[in-house]
Design a protein around this ligand. Structure first.
Ligand SMILES: Nc1nc2c(c(=O)[nH]1)N[C@H]1C(S)=C(S)[C@@H](COP(=O)(O)OP(=O)(O)OC[C@H]3O[C@@H](n4cnc5c(=O)[nH]c(N)nc54)[C@H](O)[C@@H]3O)O[C@H]1N2
Ligand SMILES: Nc1nc2c(c(=O)[nH]1)N[C@H]1C(S)=C(S)[C@@H](COP(=O)(O)OP(=O)(O)OC[C@H]3O[C@@H](n4cnc5c(=O)[nH]c(N)nc54)[C@H](O)[C@@H]3O)O[C@H]1N2
Ligand code: SF4
Ligand SMILES: [Mo]
Length: 725
């Protein structure tokens, strides 16, 4: 008998690369994920599926016996680990009734939502919350590209740049990024560019695989990026290496910038950063001379908390004064596809009444998050990009409100696609805050430590079981679409549903019915594609193969300008000035210095994948990297379990000796919990054992005063030998 073979097209949501993939099925069962061969291989966006350990393990992941199969309702106390299976309709009815009660007693703002790193259709969560009248949406975006996109919108009127690395690129600068492990698509683009002769500069306290390939590696003291970049700007201006025409026509505040950076002479910068003046000068000259150049900053900079916005500001100035904007092989300005209904429109941000928006927690202190900051940025940016800046509540402040009732009580939390008990700093506070709620709902694939503290746990459909559209959250004009590869619901076996079903299900039960005309995610996504001339998402996939990339125009700013108050790139930011902040970047000593976290094991994705055997086998334990000299002074050897301790608490990881890290610095992994340990309290799957966020502080002095972003790098700790398990 011959086997029936089927191929389905989708977009992998396994990580930020979002490869276009094909699911191969034999007799209806997923056997492997392959790259979509019909995918047009634009230079900077290659599928890298074959090299990806997670892609190989997806069949084990989607069919894993530990997945949640039906909605679960807690019986017993929260955290007891005792559950009863109920139907989706029962779960949604009960949750909606409880939310209705909380809304009546405390106001809609007492209901908050937490989300993770953009891998679901989050625009429907925003729609639900805006219609409900709560401004308290928060999540990981606040430290994961949120600071960068907020700031680039403020000073360029454009979302973050797209690194268009290609054959013409002559210089690539990687700031605090580890693409060899965390961004393989970028890694491959980089190798191609190097082969074609591009130069590479890497700024990282650790010798990563990309630092090993660098022409210049600046091994800086963690947390000092801002000073380093100001020093480089100083060199570029002093030596006249900036793009005079672009600066003259398109930059605002150059003279004030030149004045500011004068105090960042290389002797001083070398003292702050521990990088030699000579190397800093060489890096500045190389970047300014080898054009087009691309700067890519990732979490080493975004996670700097106190210094993050300042460092990002200096980083964007480097791109602007060298004129590397919107040119082929440089950093491109992109925007949403002109015909696609953008996520922004689905979110219905304008339907949140102003008096409710004004209650957004944290907005009074962290002004770039606030309604004023958001409105100011959006007013200018919208005219150019067509989308605006979505504001967030400040996560650490919302957890405090759950616990203390200040500035007002937050009584319910809906956590979707996130595991804050592991990924948010100050784990003890997060734990106590969640325990204090009237209602906690989690939608996930697995019983994570966070799900163990829920009242209801809803079984989510993975990207393999649902339709999807992807356009990097309205920041690029590509449209990718995917279809389900395996069924989400199998009678009697499991009833996984897309997150959309939660938001719509609650919306229609809470009086929002007229705003939810689409019964399913498939219908909702089809609506977004109709203006492009497709009858449905299935029609789009069938006729296009699931991808549309309109041609790219260079130097769009010559036609449309920049979406800022002055219509130029604001090196000197009039928006920051209006909000009461320093309009130019200035370095501050980090709250503490220095330990840096994390190094990402390539098999994992944050707190995910620890239950899948193939990936876990490759990295069974968390690893902390220690310089051999430091280890020998502390009596620690390779493979020892060591305590990593701060005044917040201590956790254990296994020591790896590594001479690519400075003796004063250690590097711990984040995202650790142990699915195999019991779920009930006090274990919570070992959340207190190796999770570095137990030891990280999130008080206001650890947060950026501009954006509220918390500090996950450049923190002080003590390391010493632990007993082995
Ligand atoms: N100390 C320290 N902390 C960090 C970091 C660090 O470097 N150091 N990194 C930070 C960064 S950059 C990020 S982005 C965050 C990540 O923070 P999180 O997003 O909270 O972490 P993940 O482990 O990705 O958790 C995602 C959860 O969502 C589930 N999930 C995945 N897709 C879906 C979906 O489509 N629907 C639903 N309902 N569930 C889904 C997964 O099973 C998983 O349990 O962590 C941050 N925390
Ligand atoms: N395999 C895998 N891939 C992933 C993820 C995953 O969990 N696993 N997560 C995804 C997500 S959400 C994100 S945000 C990205 C993260 O991707 P990246 O940002 O590329 O990776 P990280 O390891 O978080 O951090 C990058 C580098 O910052 C350095 N660093 C630490 N402190 C400093 C500092 O003070 N200054 C500078 N300049 N550098 C510093 C670290 O040594 C590290 O090499 O990866 C994505 N891809
Ligand atoms: S998990 Fe692997 S296959 Fe999926 S998007 Fe990331 S790199 Fe591509
Ligand atoms: Mo992230």
């Amino acid at each position: 008998m011959s086997n029936s073979v089927q191929v389905k097209k989708s977009v992998c949501m396994g990580c930020h690369i979002h490869c276009k993939v094909e699911g191969h099925l034999t007799n209806g069962r997923l056997v492997r994920i392959e790259e979509d061969k019909a995918f047009p291989k634009a230079e900077a966006i290659r599928p890298i599926v074959r090299a990806c350990p997670r892609a190989r393990a997806f069949p084990d992941y989607v069919y894993h016996p530990d997945r949640i199969r039906f909605p679960l309702k807690r019986i017993g106390e929260r955290g007891d680990g005792r559950w009863k299976e109920i139907s989706w309709e029962e779960a949604l009815d009960e949750i909606a009734a409880k939310l209705d009660d909380i809304r009546r007693r405390w106001g809609a703002e007492a209901i908050a939502t937490a989300v993770g790193t953009a891998r679901t259709h989050d625009e429907y969560r925003m729609r639900f919350l805006n219609l409900l009248g709560s401004p308290n949406n928060f999540g990981q975006g606040q430290i994961c590209y949120g600071p960068g996109t907020m700031l680039s919108r403020a000073i360029y009127g454009w979302p973050d740049f797209y690194p268009a690395i290609g054959r013409t690129t002559r210089c690539v600068v990687i700031l605090g990024g580890n693409p060899g492990q965390a961004a393989r698509g970028l890694w491959h683009a980089l190798l191609g560019a190097q082969q074609a002769g591009a130069k590479l500069i890497v700024v990282d306290p650790r010798r990563t695989s990309v630092a090993e390939r660098a022409d210049i590696w600046l091994q800086l003291r963690p947390g000092t990026d801002c000073a380093l970049y100001l020093g480089m700007i100083n060199v570029i201006i002093e030596e006249g290496l900036y793009d005079k025409t672009f600066v003259h026509n398109w930059c605002y505040g150059f003279d004030k910038l030149a004045e500011r950076v004068k105090s960042y002479d290389l002797e001083k910068v070398a003292r702050i950063t521990w990088v030699s003046a000579q190397k800093i000068r060489e890096a500045a000259e190389l970047y300014a001379r080898m054009k087009p150049g691309v700067i890519i900053h990732t979490m080493g900079v975004e996670h700097l908390g106190v210094n993050s916005i300042e460092a990002l500001h200096a980083r964007y100035i480097l791109t602007a004064i060298t004129g590397n904007i919107d040119i082929k092989g440089g950093e491109e300005m992109r925007g949403v596809h002109p015909l696609l209904v953008p996520q922004y429109e689905i979110e219905l941000n304008d339907s949140l009444p102003p008096e409710q928006r004004a209650k957004q927690i944290g907005a009074d202190r962290y002004k770039l998050l606030s309604k004023d900051g958001g409105a100011l940025i959006s007013q200018y940016a919208k005219s150019k990009v067509g989308t605006t800046h979505t504001t967030f509540a400040h996560a650490p402040s919302v957890f405090r409100a759950m616990l203390t009732g200040e500035p007002y009580p937050v009584r319910a939390l809906l956590t979707v696609a996130s595991n804050p008990l592991v990924t948010q700093p100050n784990t003890k506070l997060v734990y106590r805050a969640i325990k204090n709620l009237d209602l906690h709902v989690v939608q996930d694939f697995w019983m994570t430590p966070t799900a163990e503290l829920a009242d209801y746990v809803l079984p989510a459909a993975t990207w393999l079981e649902r339709y999807s559209i992807f356009n990097y959250d309205d920041t690029v004009e590509f449209v990718y679409a995917g279809e389900p590869i395996v069924p989400a619901r199998v009678e009697g076996k499991h009833d996984h549903r897309p997150d959309y079903d939660l938001w719509r299900g609650l919306g229609v039960r809470l009086g929002q019915e007229e705003f939810w005309p689409w019964e399913t995610l498939e219908e909702a996504l089809s609506y977004r594609l109709k203006p492009l001339g497709f009858t449905s998402i299935a029609d789009f996939i069938q006729r296009t193969g699931g991808i549309m990339i309109p041609p790219k125009e260079e130097k769009k700013y010559e036609k449309v300008g920049f979406g800022t108050p002055t219509g130029k790139v604001e090196l000197y930011s009039t928006i920051l000035e209006k909000l009461g902040y320093d309009p130019l970047p200035e370095y501050q000593e980090p709250a503490e210095s220095p330990v840096s976290t994390p190094e990402l094991a390539k098999e994992y994705y944050h707190s995910e994948w620890r239950q899948v055997e193939a990936t876990r086998r490759e990295r069974p334990y968390p690893i902390v990297q220690v310089n051999p000299k430091t280890a020998s002074d502390l009596g620690i050897s390779e493979g020892d379990w060591v305590w990593i301790e701060t005044p917040m608490g201590r956790i254990r990881q296994k020591c790896q000796l590594f001479d690519g890290i400075l003796p004063q610095v250690v590097n711990a992994e984040h995202g650790w919990w142990y699915p195999e340990l019991p779920g009930e309290e006090p274990w919570l799957h070992g959340v207190w054992e190796s999770n570095i966020n137990v030891a990280i502080n999130d008080e206001p002095q650890y947060c950026s005063s501009v954006s509220g972003g918390w500090t996950l790098r450049a923190l002080l700790c003590r390391v010493y030998k632990a007993k082995s398990y």
